[in-house]
Design a binder for this molecule. Structure first.
Ligand SMILES: [Zn+2]
Length: 323
């Protein structure tokens, strides 16, 4: 009888320790993709909202439809991992859901300004960048009448800054970071004929620590890196990962990304990103997609970022609604 009592008390305690607390503050994460309710090839953009109300946009790319996209709302800071066209934003959609998920209509050209710079100017929100991107973006912001002191914030690897109650740190990504000539004025673009690009320092990823304790690693475009173990897990102790799974020929694919989350970062949950495929049809994951392969290979829950659908996470990295 005593043994039974002790056993049931232990069970009750264990249940208390793991049951989500409905009252605990949550971080809201909303994907801003090309097609409502789907996860489409060029989807990268996410908006993070801290319980204190701070709203941070990550890699607007092509799917945020400029600074007046009604999905943005107030934006307090903008994170840019690197300057490739699908992240800095060379093209955008003319309207919501233009084209089809497998082939979105990105017929509005926003070079040489870029979608990120237009959003930064429109929202008067600073772009947070590493490498040598700060000086390039400062010159661009100045040329468009903005204040680079306000709109460009350099955070290289190892450094951190605060946005409201959210800590933003720069972490390494191993990729490339050549600026496509389309972002340069024509007289400078001429210098980069013959396949050369203007190099703007290292690409990066980010770690965000929110006021409820949620610590999210945003991989950016990267391969497997030693720092995913030593820094992202070892130092920052990330409990949520937004992981690039696009694969050949640019970045980690499902197998490599599964190794990163299973063996290196070991978070409580993952949000798949940058799939470079129409991963869903009618909001349902295609069983033959690389997103499905990644979900199967990962040992923790992998959430699919459906455009416009807000997910909520508690401080331990657990999705409590919208997943
Ligand atoms: Zn990319």
């Amino acid at each position: 009888m005593t043994k039974l009592l002790i056993a049931s008390a232990a069970l009750a305690l264990a249940a208390c320790a793991t049951a989500p607390d409905p009252q605990s503050p949550k971080v809201k994460i909303t994907p801003l993709g090309s097609h409502d309710g789907e996860f489409c090839p060029l989807d990268r953009a996410l908006v993070f909202e801290d319980p204190d109300g701070t709203r941070i946009l990550y890699d607007a790319g092509r799917t945020v439809r400029g600074p007046n996209d009604p999905r943005l709302g107030r934006i307090d800071a903008i994170l840019l991992s690197h300057v490739h066209g699908d992240h800095l934003g060379d093209l955008i959609q003319p309207s919501a859901n233009a084209g089809a998920c497998p082939k979105p209509d990105f017929s509005v050209n926003v070079t040489p300004n870029s979608n990120m710079v237009n959003i930064s100017l429109g929202k008067q929100a600073p772009m947070i960048v590493g490498g040598e991107m700060g000086s390039f973006l400062s010159a661009k912001v100045s040329s468009l009448g903005g204040d680079p002191g306000k709109l460009v914030r350099l955070v290289r690897y190892g450094a951190q800054t605060m946005v409201g109650k959210v800590m933003v740190a720069g972490v390494p990504a191993v990729h490339s970071n050549g600026l496509p000539a389309a972002f340069l004025p024509p007289e400078q673009a001429k210098l980069y004929a013959g396949g050369l690009t203007a190099y703007v320092g290292e690409p990066g990823g980010f770690v965000l620590r929110f006021s409820n304790g949620l610590t999210a690693y945003l991989s950016g475009d990267t391969g497997i890196t030693a720092e995913q173990d030593s820094v992202v897990r070892g130092y920052y102790k990330a409990n949520l990962v937004v992981m690039n799974i696009g694969g050949f020929p640019f970045t980690t694919g499902p197998d490599e990304a599964a190794y990163v989350v299973n063996s290196l970062v070991r978070p409580a949950a993952v949000i798949a990103s940058h799939a470079n495929e129409p991963a869903t049809v009618g909001g349902k994951l295609s069983p033959t997609s690389r997103t499905a392969a990644f979900q199967k290979a990962a040992k923790m829950p992998v959430h699919v970022p459906l455009s416009g659908k807000t997910m909520e996470f508690d401080g331990s990295g657990r999705c409590t609604s919208g997943c």
